[in-house]
Design a protein around this ligand. Structure first.
Ligand SMILES: C[C@H](C(=O)O)C(=O)SCCNC(=O)CCNC(=O)[C@H](O)C(C)(C)COP(=O)(O)OP(=O)(O)OC[C@H]1O[C@@H](n2cnc3c(N)ncnc32)[C@H](O)[C@@H]1OP(=O)(O)O
Length: 532
């Protein structure tokens, strides 16, 4: 751990960490109550009885840039190198529900992910990738329904029935208001859309993970581990309440909720955090919502190594950080993992750095012994005590969210954002003062950094996408698109599930921008109330 203050050390959540823990750390500690068996309530030891002894985690590298053609090539490469799941990054215009030729999209097309304007692009993105064999995660939030439906339509074209599709949409708009920023609609209609997605998936795509309730972005914005899990689980509670209020039984959607956390270099507290999060969620689902299906109680999660801990200085050192972070995720029992590329603090990963990032996971999975036994830290005085401590800190924060009226009301008060900003400020101060050591940045620096040639996205991509859109609009049946969009607007004004008319519109080759504009017209846009 890189932070010191006299002889007392503190975890990233600000909890004291003792130089030595002994049996007294676990006074009154009941393993049956706190741990249970692996794969059994309260799931502290992991969600599956055999964990990695039965099957390694999914190696799921987040990737996508430029056009569908370029991103497809990167996916094919990752598959050839042994990745076991896909994870699609979309560009900002797609994430905000704008077409590539919209004025607001200028300069952003294909930059932080792939540009998807219509079913035509989606078909290219998954060309040659059998959707019945691969599970695909899509980091898409406000327009999550659109991308899911286009994925289903591509599956239909490949002859893959929707019941066989497996994957995840991020679809977590609450954390967009708190930390990530790609929201479109106000909370009310956003949550209605989430409930529509849960219902649609239950009926049509039953193996799909309908949401990835994410703490990662809060952590990147400065949240401590305790804040990260507290605010994420509080968002989870808000989604469950929404779906129950929309008439669903908790066991009809609970098994398909999933989560997404960060993994930092502070291994011990991260392992404690993952274990605590599983225990809290299992208890919430059982006690507050009365879930009976054990799958509803299981907190299954994806992990990404902490991008914010990577440095632009001496970037190769990031390979070491990522290995440590990845190890923490595995010791914490993750289901799926993205290990960052060492150059991600500078630019888009190159082919080589993306391959090295995947190799890091393969070393963890096949060269170490951490997959040979389940939850190896169980019973450790230090880690069990830290698990209890992080759990208590997170529960206290969740109570404060409840006191404000739940996650949505707390967001409207600016509570989570304010807490995270205070934590980020503390980290910045500690780094500036040198109290927090960052190798290569405030210690062990080089006089001159070696030059580095980053991968850049070709700016011509924007014009290419605009041409594709012009062609699409000329070729398609405009009257059919207008009629489908009118039906979508009508559903949005009423209570009918919007996904069915939305699918018709997308099949008729309505664009992402057109579909989102139709919804913006009915639901309006979210304007944050800034709290200082
Ligand atoms: C920063 C950036 C940005 O801001 O832009 C981002 O957001 S990037 C964000 C990127 N996000 C992501 O990539 C999210 C990824 N999330 C996911 O993949 C999912 O939501 C997940 C966390 C639930 C993991 O799903 P998965 O399919 O990879 O893994 P699962 O654990 O579900 O395992 C797949 C199947 O194998 C079975 N299985 C697995 N392990 C075992 C075992 N030991 N014993 C028996 N069965 C097992 C599971 O039951 C399941 O089958 P069955 O289903 O039949 O039970």
């Amino acid at each position: 751990m890189a932070r010191e203050s006299g002889s007392v050390r503190f975890t990233e959540s600000g909890l004291p960490i003792e130089p030595v823990y002994g049996p007294e750390a676990l006074d009154g500690w009941d393993p049956a109550e706190r741990l249970g068996e692996p794969g059994a309530y309260p799931f502290t030891r992991g969600v599956y009885p055999t964990m990695y002894t039965g099957r390694p985690w999914t190696m799921r590298q987040y990737a996508g840039f430029g056009t569908a053609v370029e991103s497809n090539a990167r996916y094919q490469q990752l598959i050839a190198h042994g990745t076991t799941g896909l994870s699609v990054a979309f560009d900002l215009p797609t994430q905000m529900g704008h077409d590539s030729d919209a004025t607001i999209a200028s300069g952003e097309v294909g930059k932080v992910g792939v540009a998807i304007d219509s079913l035509d692009d989606m078909r290219v993105l998954f060309g040659g990738i059998p959707l019945d064999k691969v599970s695909t995660s899509m980091t898409i939030n406000a327009p999550a329904a659109l991308l899911l439906l286009m994925y289903q339509l591509v599956g239909e074209e490949q002859g893959v029935p929707a019941e066989q599709l497996t994957g995840t949409i991020q679809n977590d708009v609450l954390k967009e208001y708190i930390a990530r920023g790609t929201y479109i609609f106000p909370p009310g209609p956003s949550l209605r859309l989430t409930a529509d997605i849960f219902k649609y998936c239950r009926a049509e795509i039953p193996k799909w993970n309908t949401i990835s309730i994410s703490g990662y972005h809060m952590a990147e914005a400065g949240a401590s581990p305790a804040q990260e899990i507290a605010f994420t689980l509080a968002d989870g509670i808000a989604y469950v309440r929404t779906a129950v209020a929309a008439g669903m039984d908790v066991d009809d959607f609970g098994p398909r909720l999933s989560f997404f956390f960060v993994s930092r270099t502070t291994i011990l507290e991260e392992v404690a955090k993952f274990r605590a999060a599983r225990r809290i969620w299992a208890r919430v689902m059982k006690d507050e919502f009365g879930a009976r299906n054990p799958k509803s109680l299981m907190l299954r999660f994806h992990t990404q190594t902490a991008g914010v801990q990577l440095t632009a200085q001496q970037p190769e050192v990031n390979l070491v950080r990522v290995a440590v972070q990845g190890l923490a995720a595995v010791l914490g029992g993750t289901q799926s993992l993205h290990t960052n590329s060492f150059d991600e603090a500078i630019a888009l990963p190159t082919d080589k750095s993306a391959r090295l990032a995947l190799r890091t996971q393969q070393v963890l999975a096949y060269e170490t012994d951490v997959t040979a036994t389940v939850d190896p830290f169980a019973g450790s005085y230090a880690v069990e005590r830290m698990t209890d401590d992080v759990e208590a800190a997170a529960l206290a924060l969740m109570e404060r969210v409840e006191d404000l009226g739940g996650a949505v009301a707390a967001i409207e008060h600016g509570f989570q954002k304010g807490e995270i900003e205070r934590s980020a400020y503390r980290i910045a101060q500690e780094t500036d003062s040198g109290e927090r050591i960052v190798v290569g940045v405030n210690r062990y620096t080089l006089d001159a950094e070696e030059p580095y040639e980053p991968l850049r996205v070709d700016p011509a991509i924007e014009a290419q996408q605009a041409e594709r859109l012009a062609r699409l609009r000329a070729e398609r049946d405009g009257a059919a698109v207008d009629a489908a969009l009118a039906a979508l607007r009508k559903a949005a004004e009423g209570t009918e599930n919007v996904l069915y008319p939305m699918k018709d519109a997308l099949r008729a080759r309505a664009t992402v921008g057109e579909v989102c504009d139709a919804l913006r017209g009915v639901w309006g846009r979210y304007v944050p109330a800034d709290v200082f």
